[in-house]
Design a protein around this ligand. Structure first.
Ligand code: NI
Length: 167
């Protein structure tokens, strides 16, 4: 088992832009396996490669209650969105912070799966939230940056206090 260290906001490496995966080979499948293990161990319901300092367009998600329905999205691209919905979000890179964020209610995305096959997904509810949240990570965006500047300052202060107490 290989658990990967998760970057914590406001680490500047969370702002790097991920590159597309050129070929889904064993090396990529190993990264996916390690990302999934890291996500389950955290525990979390989604993880982007950016969060483990690997700047490739790879996302893993599992929103099942049984934690056995891993969904892998390589090179995801949103092709259409519909509506708006507000949902309380958290992030493994922003521990202990939960804030309401407004995003598209439904998204259609195309992606490559772990066998290298092109696929599409139409998602709503929590899956739609997760896909959008994780895809933001791939372009260097953390969900708290969608909040007001004042809220962001409070979050940074709270996180640095947590880190000081952990030392
Ligand atoms: Ni996140």
């Amino acid at each position: 088992m290989a658990l990967l260290p998760i970057l914590h906001y406001p680490d500047p490496r969370l702002h790097k832009i991920a590159s597309p995966v050129k070929q889904v080979d064993d090396k990529i499948r190993k990264i996916i396996k390690d990302m999934a293990e890291t996500m389950y161990a955290a525990p979390g319901i989604g993880l982007a490669a950016t969060q483990v300092d690997m700047h490739l367009r790879i996302i893993v998600i599992d929103i099942s209650e049984t934690h056995d329905r891993l969904q892998v999205f390589i090179n995801p691209e949103i092709t259409s969105t519909e509506g708006e919905a507000e949902c309380e979000e958290g992030c493994l890179s922003v521990p202990g912070i939960f804030e309401k964020v407004t995003r598209a209610a439904t998204v259609t995305a195309r992606f490559v799966d772990e066998r290298g096959q092109q696929s599409t997904v139409e998602a709503d509810g929590l899956l739609a939230v997760c896909i959008q949240h994780e895809m933001d990570h791939l372009v260097g965006r953390v969900f708290v940056e969608k909040l007001s500047r004042l809220k962001q300052q409070r979050i940074v202060a709270k996180l640095s206090k947590q880190q000081r107490q952990a030392m």
